[in-house]
Design a protein around this ligand. Structure first.
Ligand SMILES: NC(=O)c1ccc[n+]([C@@H]2O[C@H](COP(=O)([O-])OP(=O)(O)OC[C@H]3O[C@@H](n4cnc5c(N)ncnc54)[C@H](O)[C@@H]3O)[C@@H](O)[C@H]2O)c1
Length: 345
C-alpha cells in the first residue's frame, strides 16, 4: 500500500467544505489534509480543525511547505492561475485547480508557459469529465462509431447555499451575491454573461468539445438573470445548445445529451455538493437501451484518478494542454456570446 499524499487547500469556502473534504474523507488510505489556507482566519481555523490540519492565512505557507505534496486551489477564480504557477515553481507534485483554470487570455498564456516546463500534474475540476457513468456512456458511444448532430448541456439548479446547507454545516457562510443593480447598461449585461459562461458553462466544455468536430459559431445568446444563459452554437451540420437557469426553487437537474440520426446518449448527473453516485448514462439505439451507473461520482473519481497518476507516475487522462484549449474555447465562447447577445432594455 502507498502512503497517502498530503493536500494543502487554498481557499476553504463552499467547494472545499461541501465538495472536496467529504469526497476525501471517504479515501483516508489515499489522501490526508495537511493544511487549510483561507484569507479569512476563522474559516481557515475551523475547517482545518475539522480535518486535523493546520489552518493558515498565507497561501505561500502552504505552497512552500515541503510536507504538502498536492495543492487544491479552491480560491476565487481570479487567483487560480497565480496560485497554480506558484505551486509549479515550488515543485509541488500536483494541483487540483477548480474551474476555471484562469480568467483571461494573459493568465491562460502564463499557465501554458509554466505547464510546458513543469512536471507538476495539473487536474482541472470539471468533475463531470471524470464521472464514471459519463465515461462509460462515452466509451460505448465512441465504440459504436456514432456521430452527434445535436449536443445539449442543460443545468437547472437552486441556489448553491441550499445544497451546501444540506451537505455541511458551513463555517462562515459566504454572503449571498450582491443584488444586481437596477440599471444594467449593455456592457454590464455582456460582462455578466461572460462570467456566467466562465463560471458555469465551462463545466461542460470538455464534454461538448469531445462531440463537436469544429468550434462553430455562436448564433444566439441570451442571459437569464440573475445567473443563467442559453447559447446556440452552429458547427457545420452539428448544433450545440448550452442552457443554465439558476437560482430557482425547482428540483435540481443537470443533464448532457448527444444525439444523431440513429443513437442518443443522455446523462443525468446528480446534484453537485451532495456526495453520491455517478451520473446515470443511457445509450439508446436500434438495439434498445443500455444504462451505465457507478457508486462513485466525478468529484471522488477525479481525486482517485490523481492519486493513481501520482502513484504510478502515469499521465492524467486529460493532458493540461487539452485543459488549456478548453479554457481558450470557453474564453472565445464567452466573447462571441457577449457580442451576439440580446441586450434587454
Ligand atoms: N466543481 C464544482 O462543482 C464547484 C462548485 C463550487 C465552486 N467551485 C469552484 O471553487 C472555487 C471556490 O468557490 P466556492 O464556491 O468555494 O467559493 P466561496 O466564496 O464559498 O469560497 C472561496 C473562499 O476563498 C477565500 N479566499 C479569498 N481570497 C483568497 C485567496 N487569495 N486565496 C485563498 N483563498 C481566498 C474566501 O475567503 C472564501 O472562503 C471557485 O473557483 C468555483 O468556481 C467548483
Amino acid at each position: 500500500m502507498t502512503a497517502p499524499f498530503t493536500i494543502g487547500f487554498l481557499g476553504a469556502g463552499q467547494a472545499t467544505q461541501a465538495i472536496h473534504l467529504p469526497a476525501l474523507a471517504a479515501m483516508p488510505d489515499l489522501w490526508r489534509v495537511g493544511a487549510v489556507m483561507d484569507v479569512n482566519a476563522e474559516t481557515a481555523r475551523i475547517v482545518a480543525d475539522r480535518c486535523g490540519a493546520r489552518g493558515v492565512t498565507d497561501a505561500m505557507a502552504v505552497i512552500e511547505d515541503p510536507a504538502i505534496d498536492v495543492v487544491a486551489i479552491n480560491s476565487p477564480h481570479v487567483f487560480h492561475a497565480e496560485q497554480l504557477i506558484a505551486a509549479a515553481h515550488a515543485g509541488k507534485r500536483a494541483a487540483l485547480v477548480e474551474k476555471p483554470l484562469a480568467v483571461n487570455r494573459e493568465q491562460a498564456e502564463q499557465v501554458a508557459a509554466i505547464a510546458a516546463g513543469t512536471g507538476m500534474k495539473i487536474l482541472v475540476g470539471t468533475m463531470h469529465w471524470y464521472d464514471p457513468g459519463f465515461r462509460a456512456g462515452l466509451a460505448a458511444w465512441e465504440a459504436a462509431g456514432a456521430t452527434a448532430t445535436r449536443i445539449r448541456s442543460a443545468i437547472f439548479v437552486p441556489p448553491n447555499a441550499q445544497f451546501v446547507g444540506a451537505a455541511t454545516e458551513e463555517a462562515f457562510p459566504s454572503p449571498p451575491p450582491p443584488a444586481p443593480p437596477a440599471e444594467q447598461p449593455p456592457e454590464f449585461q455582456r460582462e455578466r454573461l461572460r462570467q456566467t459562461i466562465l463560471g458555469l458553462a465551462v463545466h461542460h466544455i470538455p464534454l461538448v468539445r469531445r462531440f463537436l468536430r469544429e468550434p462553430g459559431i455562436v448564433v444566439e445568446a441570451r442571459r437569464h438573470p440573475p445567473f443563467g444563459y442559453s447559447l446556440l452554437i452552429r458547427a457545420g451540420d452539428q448544433v450545440a445548445e448550452l442552457l443554465a437557469v439558476m437560482p430557482g426553487q425547482w428540483p435540481p437537474s443537470w443533464t448532457f445529451e448527444a444525439s444523431g440520426p440513429d443513437r442518443r446518449l443522455h446523462v443525468d448527473f446528480g446534484p453537485s455538493y451532495i456526495a453520491g453516485a455517478s451520473g446515470r448514462a443511457l445509450l439508446s439505439d436500434a438495439n434498445g437501451d443500455r444504462g451505465f451507473a457507478f457508486g462513485e461520482n466525478g468529484y471522488a473519481a477525479q481525486w482517485r484518478h490523481l492519486h493513481d497518476a501520482l502513484t504510478n507516475d502515469t499521465p492524467l487522462d486529460m493532458p493540461v494542454e487539452q485543459a488549456i484549449e478548453d479554457l481558450a474555447y470557453a474564453l472565445d465562447l464567452a466573447d462571441a456570446a457577449a457580442d451576439v447577445m440580446e441586450i434587454v432594455a
